[in-house]
Design a protein around this ligand. Structure first.
Ligand SMILES: *Cc1c(COP(=O)(O)O)cnc(C)c1O
Length: 408
């Protein structure tokens, strides 16, 4: 056995499971979707896990993502390609939210400036562990950037396809971090069709959202972190900007695992899936009482990260939202931009448009009495606001001319 095959730390993964049919699949082999064409979920031997580690032992470790290693799938430490996945802070924005009980989980501090790092650090480590050498992915920007960074770091080749109106900074960071990136005249699911075709021909491994099992495990750490940050009592409501829904599904899975471990109780936050009203397939399906969401035609919004017309995990998002007693909420672009503006000007925190969408949805929910001012609420800011266009600021001074100091 070559030395790199030694299993050097415990993992409690027992098997993979089809999220629709419950059919079991072996762990430790490369897997995409289930035979039913649905996402695979990673299952753990939680009894053994609970006997091996306590929540106090986890709390005594450094506060990064890897403190949760027993609840994560990577077996061999050498396969972890880290860029410094810190625990992200919870920040109050009392002036723009109108309540001191609203906290923003600021995911913009993660490597590559977005929470896509959580999913991709895990998926890339597992791809490395399972011998993948070439990966392709459709992206609206941030996922491609995180993939490029982590894959380049461990020598995996990447080919990335993005809609041709993807923010310029995303396309360039993907290219600079070592991927081959192509702009496609279509939306993210059109890019996904190209990736799927190449994968069917055996050209690469398909890293589309939820089409491999491990991104959810990385995103799950948002739920684990929240439990720890709130002292093992979850907040009353979570507002999550929902595209493919990986994070919402991942947090819901985290809460379930934590309850089975006896580390939290049975209370759950109400999960609010926030979408832009210009691309709101989950909102439409939620309101119609459907279990699956139809493709949203002519999707358009400033919040590029949630411009996802069709999600493979639609039924998992809808299930989690309904079980939690939450809702799927749509907000318009003007309300999104207003929220970004208010939070920056009044509370000094620069949100990304998707983060702005959660603040806009919270304000609307407050207005309609869907939430109360005294409830503890978490809004997700999923990327640094610095990656997005900002209003111009053109005021200038001629240092050779007289300066009117009273007017400054
Ligand atoms: C990807 C992304 C989202 C949506 O996340 P999902 O978990 O795929 O629904 C939201 N905001 C930003 C900034 C993103 O990059």
């Amino acid at each position: 056995m070559p030395s790199n095959m030694t299993i050097d730390r415990p993992t409690f993964v027992s098997h993979l499971e089809c999220s629709l049919t419950g059919e079991r699949y072996p762990a430790d082999v490369l897997s995409g979707l289930s035979r039913a064409g649905r996402p695979l979920l990673v299952r753990y031997d939680l009894a053994a896990l609970g006997a091996a580690v306590t929540r106090e032992a986890i709390m005594a470790r450094p506060t990064d993502l890897w403190r949760w290693r027993e609840l994560l799938p990577v077996r061999r430490t050498e396969n972890i390609v880290s860029l410094g996945e810190i625990e992200t802070p919870l920040l109050a924005i009392p002036k723009s939210a109108g309540s001191p009980n609203v906290l923003v989980k600021d995911e913009g501090r993660l490597p590559t400036g977005s929470f896509k790092a959580r999913g991709l650090v895990m998926a890339v480590a597992m791809a490395k562990e399972l011998g993948v050498t070439r990966i392709a992915m459709p992206t609206n920007g941030n996922a491609g950037a995180a993939l490029a960074a982590y894959a380049t770091r461990c020598g995996i080749e990447t080919i990335v396809f993005c809609p041709d109106d993807t923010p310029e900074i995303n396309v360039r960071e993907i290219a600079l971090q070592g991927a081959r990136v192509y702009r496609v005249n279509g939306l993210i699911d059109d890019c996904g069709a190209i990736v799927g075709k190449g994968a069917a021909e055996g050209r690469w491994f398909d890293f589309s959202t939820l089409k491999e099992p491990y991104r959810i495990e990385g995103k799950k750490t948002m739920g684990l972190e929240l439990a720890a940050q709130f002292g093992w009592k979850l907040p009353d409501a979570i507002f999550y900007p929902t595209g493919g829904g990986t994070g919402l599904i991942g947090m819901w899975k985290a809460f379930d695992e934590l309850e089975k471990l006896g580390w939290i109780g049975s209370e759950r936050p109400r999960m609010y899936a926030v979408q832009a009203s210009g691309c709101a397939p989950i909102v439409r399906a939620f309101e119609a009482g459907e279990e699956h969401a139809e493709r949203w035609e002519d999707a358009a919004t400033v919040a590029a990260g949630i411009r996802v017309p069709k999600a493979v995990g639609d039924f998992l998002i809808l299930r989690a939202v309904r079980e939690s007693g939450g809702k799927a909420l749509g907000v318009g672009d003007p309300a999104i931009l207003q929220a970004v503006d208010d939070c920056a000007r009044k509370d000094g925190l620069l949100l990304c448009p998707e983060g702005g969408a959660t603040l806009a949805a919270y304000r609307e929910a407050l207005r309609t009495r869907e939430v109360d001012e005294d409830e503890r609420v978490v809004l997700f800011n999923c990327a640094t606001g610095l990656k997005y266009p900002m209003p111009r600021a053109d005021a200038a001074i001629d240092r050779f001319a007289p300066i009117d100091f009273d007017a400054l």
